[in-house]
Design a binder for this molecule. Sequence first.
Ligand SMILES: NC(=O)c1ccc[n+]([C@@H]2O[C@H](COP(=O)([O-])OP(=O)(O)OC[C@H]3O[C@@H](n4cnc5c(N)ncnc54)[C@H](OP(=O)(O)O)[C@@H]3O)[C@@H](O)[C@H]2O)c1
Length: 287
Amino acid sequence: MKISFIGTGLMGCPMAERLLTGGYEVTVYNRTREKAEPLAAKGARIAGSAREAIETGEATVFMVRDGAAVRDLLTEGGSFPDLTGKTVIQMSTIASTESEALAEDVRKAGGDYLEAPVLGSVPQATEGSLLVMVGGAPELFERWGDVLRRFGPEPRLVGPVGHASVVKLALNQLIGSLAAAYSLSLGLVRRKGVDVDVYLDILRKSPLHATTFDRKLPQILARDFTDTNFPAVLLLKDLDLARSEATSLGLDTTALQGVREIVSRTVEAGKGREDYAALYEVIDPGR
Ligand SMILES: NC(=O)c1ccc[n+]([C@@H]2O[C@H](COP(=O)([O-])OP(=O)(O)OC[C@H]3O[C@@H](n4cnc5c(N)ncnc54)[C@H](OP(=O)(O)O)[C@@H]3O)[C@@H](O)[C@H]2O)c1
């Protein structure tokens, strides 16, 4: 089966590789060609344009920065191509409203559309253990199940297009909120001179503990966030998407605005491409 994959960044590169090792005939396209080249050595064909990739694949997976990038790539050359018989599998983190609009335009161009955003980062993308959330028609979910299972063992059909995207944003606002809350908590005990291991031992025995805390701890203690899984600048994008969707649904986003401000300052400090755990440096700057 011919699958095209557009966007071979931090996540897209290992995900496209999962398709190659799964026996698919894979065509890749990336705006910056060099980032796609390692995949050619592993058997992928590199397309010269997004249009060429879309025309080659029975389905095309999109794993790019945001909704605007997905739309630009789909309309390369000015308008949507003829998508008859083709499926767009949109896996980037985008607004549910952007996903709904894309679905509509893909349908008008004769194609099928599934959204399938993921939770998990580079290690999970590499080993195929992402949590894959799907929005779309059940028959499309069935048809593309084997492809989705290369990325995560149990893709979950959440509901119609828009529902998986909003679940993804709900989870990502939690990523930012948990990281900010943990950083303040950790900074508080460290500045007072409390033994961090004692604090963590108490935390781990409590219902307040989250496994993400332990994953981020080594980076925080070393104050080195350059081994990036999820760049701070992308978390900022997602917090803005979550805030805008929450506001339009009539929710109060006061707490999220504070978290957003912290992540924004992390990016302004030149740490946008570092892991989002670098927000610790805003809350507890080194002395
Ligand atoms: N990293 C994570 O832990 C993680 C986890 C779950 C979901 N996500 C989501 O997955 C998506 C990709 O994330 P990533 O971490 O792989 O990001 P990344 O390493 O920054 O890669 C972004 C990709 O998008 C492409 N791109 C950006 N703007 C574009 C444009 N205007 N036109 C065409 N291509 C464009 C980039 O191309 P160039 O190489 O040319 O810049 C690159 O291929 C994002 O939506 C992110 O929020 C990330």
